[in-house]
Design a protein around this ligand. Structure first.
Ligand code: PLP
Length: 411
């Protein structure tokens, strides 16, 4: 007699994107001739660059020939790729070993799976608002009794509000927590933590034998050289932090699929010696995962070459050009904007205290633009919207022109 994993039923309904689709479709049914413009999606839109395409085509040619064919690759990911990643971190002054890198098919699954390394009774802290996978994976793992309407969050979970008052950078937890998820540059707020702000978390984690799970999927969007791109730029981070990153947003690999996780040998927690957590993740990945596609890994390796890096930089600049157009456009009609400088997301405040969904409806009906309501990322996202700079330039321009023309200071 099988029983389902009841933790799944604790998940608050996947409300955000289905609800966006529902409202959008119902508007389109009433107004079939309207062409909607989307500034809502966190998905890349521009073509893969030349160096990356060539490398993946070459790999495919090798696979087409029995003399050069390869099957399963190296444990933890292609050795050359892990060495290239390690060398890349040296640019930030970070010294890591290739054995501390684990290549994956993307950051999202790693962000979901990493909590398996820690005991079920761990107290977990999250930024509010946050990318949903951190919270949901811990719900499914059974670390909460369920959603608490009064708390506007799950029982046992610690929420670290990110608000205008704290510049969308959370305070360190007031109580003792065991795991802390941080994402910088942040999706959805676009906020980037400084060295000093990250250092406060690193110190907290080392003092409390807590572990930070640091998602740096947007690190390549940081243009301000004073801001840390890796948590390991902060002294003491190797003993308390795991870093997760991806080729999705800087190389346009959202569909190709390639990422990596760093578990330093020095990392410890309450009941582990150095090296133990690294070995556990190795065991976990070797047992439950058979590696990223060798074609994707060839593409990733080329993305770290001279011309690859240059092309990826151009791609990021393209999206950041969109971000500038969006931010300036919204500000020109007096919408207060945050983010969008070292991050592809603009976190815009709703006018006149409208709720996120009210402003969503307004922009849909009056401007024919679809954005993402901030409240979908957590209670502190209320009264904000997330505007994404992923899109073709001409579409972004059209959407912003429409907002400029049709947005009337809503009263
Ligand atoms: C897009 C994104 C990722 C990347 O996920 P992949 O699985 O590598 O495509 C990770 N974290 C955040 C916060 C993201 O927005």
């Amino acid at each position: 007699m099988a029983n389902i994993n009841n933790n799944f039923s604790k998940l608050a309904a996947g409300y955000l994107f289905p609800e966006i689709a529902r409202r959008t479709n119902s508007f389109l049914q009433e107004h079939p001739d309207v062409e909607l413009m989307k500034l809502g999606i966190g998905n890349t839109t521009e073509a893969l660059s030349k160096t990356l395409v060539e490398a993946m085509k070459d790999k495919l040619d090798q696979l087409s020939n029995r003399e050069t064919y390869t099957g399963y690759g190296d444990e933890q990911g292609d050795t050359q790729l892990r060495v290239a990643l390690k060398d890349y971190y040296k640019n930030y002054g970070v010294e890591l070993d290739a054995t501390e890198f684990f290549v994956s098919d993307g950051a999202k699954a790693d962000a979901a799976n990493i909590q398996e390394l820690f005991s079920k009774d761990s107290i977990v802290a999250f930024q509010d608002p946050a990318y949903p996978v951190y919270v949901d994976s811990n719900v499914v793992a059974g670390r909460t009794e369920g959603y608490d309407k009064e708390k506007q969050g799950y029982s046992n979970f610690v929420y670290l509000p990110c608000t205008e008052e704290n510049n969308f950078v959370p305070e360190i937890p007031q109580s003792k927590v065991d795991l802390i998820y941080l994402c910088s540059p942040n999706n959805p707020t676009g906020a980037v933590m400084t060295h000093q702000e990250l250092k406060a978390f690193v110190d907290y984690a080392n003092e409390n034998k807590a572990v930070i799970i640091f998602d740096s999927a947007y690190s390549e969007y940081i243009i301000d050289p004073s801001l840390p791109r890796s948590i390991y730029e902060v002294e003491g981070a190797k003993s308390c932090a795991i870093e997760i990153n991806s080729f999705s947003k800087n190389a346009g690999f959202t569909g190709v699929r390639l990422g990596w996780t760093i578990v330093p040998k020095e990392l410890v927690c309450q009941n582990s010696e150095p090296g133990v957590i690294n070995s556990m993740w190795n065991r976990r990945q070797c047992t439950f995962f058979n590696g990223a596609s060798n074609i994707a890994q060839a593409g990733g390796l080329s993305a770290l070459s001279g011309s690859g890096l240059e092309e990826c930089k151009e791609l990021v600049s393209y999206y950041m050009g969109n971000a500038k157009i969006i931010k300036e456009g919204l500000e020109s009609v007096n919408i207060v904007c945050y983010g969008g400088v070292n991050s592809p997301y603009i976190w815009a405040k709703t006018p006149n205290n409208m709720t996120s969904w009210e402003f969503f409806d307004y922009l849909l009906r009056e401007c024919h633009v679809v954005i993402t309501p901030g409240s979908g990322f957590g209670p502190s996202g209320e009264n904000f919207i997330r505007v994404s700079s992923y899109g073709h330039r001409e579409n972004v321009e059209k959407a912003i022109e429409s907002i400029k023309e049709n947005f009337k200071n809503v009263n």
